[in-house]
Design a protein around this ligand. Structure first.
Ligand code: FES
Length: 337
């Protein structure tokens, strides 16, 4: 039997089906609740139950401590409603969010290609449209694993039913080596999305600086293509860090965009300085950006996507350069490798 879920302080009301988590019900009805791991591990989706009863589900004791359980808190990503429930959530209103309802679609792999020795590109044709904001991610369901894996969409929304995923291999991971080895053209799988709040904050109307490392280029690629295609005239700069030229993918695409759009600048940066054929920037993206901006970042919006070490170093440089935390945006989802 379905139950009624009321979310305070916004007053939104959603219907929760039997066995459905509170988070899933809200997202599928276009109501945002904070979340990250979706599996009861990180605590991002913690909410207070003000009225009614929930089953806590598989919430870890790290993410939801005994005392919090006693105080009436639950994790929206694991909790199910026993009867009609009222919860209080810490919701940041994001005026740039379109709050697109999450849904399931099926998609068939129509192309696979190694973009670098470590990053696999998959192009998937969906059976129906999937609306999303450039920068968001989807969950890819692989029956051999109990949990789906999250990947950012590397295509911009205008590509219609063909979506692109860039999947970096994590050698000691479980799913990414499996995907690299086993996913082939013709495979049909379920995809759920869109998720996430990593998208361009258009209402800010500020120049954009993107930092990308590894397969973290997916979201910036989608966001930059979307902005340029839609007539954005604000300055956009992309710093893309890679170990060597083999790992630097989509360089030709971005060099072409630089020629076509006077407001776009592409700065590839290699961390390996032993390649005599490389004439571009060498070192780390944060250092190169600091030099190019004279250490002053105020008035921009920064979007960061890549390995934690890279994003931490970039955040430090940006904040030292007077960019407030509210103007620094990072991709925040956790997915098993
Ligand atoms: Fe629910 Fe991480 S614990 S999103």
């Amino acid at each position: 039997m379905a139950c009624r879920l009321e979310i305070e302080p916004t007053g939104n009301i959603v219907e929760v089906q039997e066995g459905q988590t509170l988070l899933d019900a809200a997202l599928r009805q276009g109501i945002y609740l904070p979340h990250a791991c979706n599996h009861g591990l990180c605590g991002t989706c913690k909410v207070e139950v003000l009225e009614g009863e929930v089953d806590l589900g598989n919430a870890s004791y790290f993410a939801l401590m005994e005392s919090e359980r006693e105080d009436g808190y639950c994790l929206a990503c694991t909790a199910t409603a026993v009867n009609d429930v009222v919860i209080e959530a810490d919701i940041d209103v994001d005026v740039d969010a379109r709050n697109i309802p999450v849904k399931d679609v099926w998609g068939t792999v129509v192309k696979r290609e190694m973009l670098t020795p470590r990053i696999l590109g998959l192009w998937i044709e969906l059976d129906e449209d999937l609306d999303f904001q450039a920068g968001q991610y989807i969950n890819y369901h692989i029956p051999v694993f109990s949990e789906p894996r999250a990947f950012s969409l590397a295509n911009q929304p205008s590509t219609g039913r063909i979506i692109e995923l860039n999947i970096g291999i994590i050698p000691d991971g479980e799913a990414t080596p499996w995907i690299h080895q086993n996913v082939k053209v013709g495979d049909k799988r379920k995809i759920t999305g869109p998720f996430g709040r990593f998208f361009v904050k258009k209402s800010a109307n500020k120049p954009m600086i993107f930092f990308a490392g590894g397969s973290g280029l997916s979201s910036p690629k989608s966001m930059i293509l979307d902005e340029l295609e839609n007539g954005c005239t604000l300055p956009i700069t992309l710093f893309h860090g890679a170990r060597n030229q083999e790992e630097l993918y989509y360089a030709n695409l971005f060099w072409d965009l630089e020629k076509k759009y006077s407001n776009f600048k592409y700065v590839p940066v290699l961390s390996n300085n032993e390649d005599p054929s490389w004439k571009g920037e060498v070192g780390f993206t944060n250092d190169v950006a600091k030099r190019m901006y004279d250490g002053q970042f105020a008035g921009n919006k920064a979007y960061l996507c890549g390995p934690p070490m890279m994003t931490e170093a970039c955040i430090k440089v940006l904040m030292q350069g007077r960019l407030f935390e509210k103007d620094i945006h990072t991709e925040k989802f956790f997915s098993k490798a």
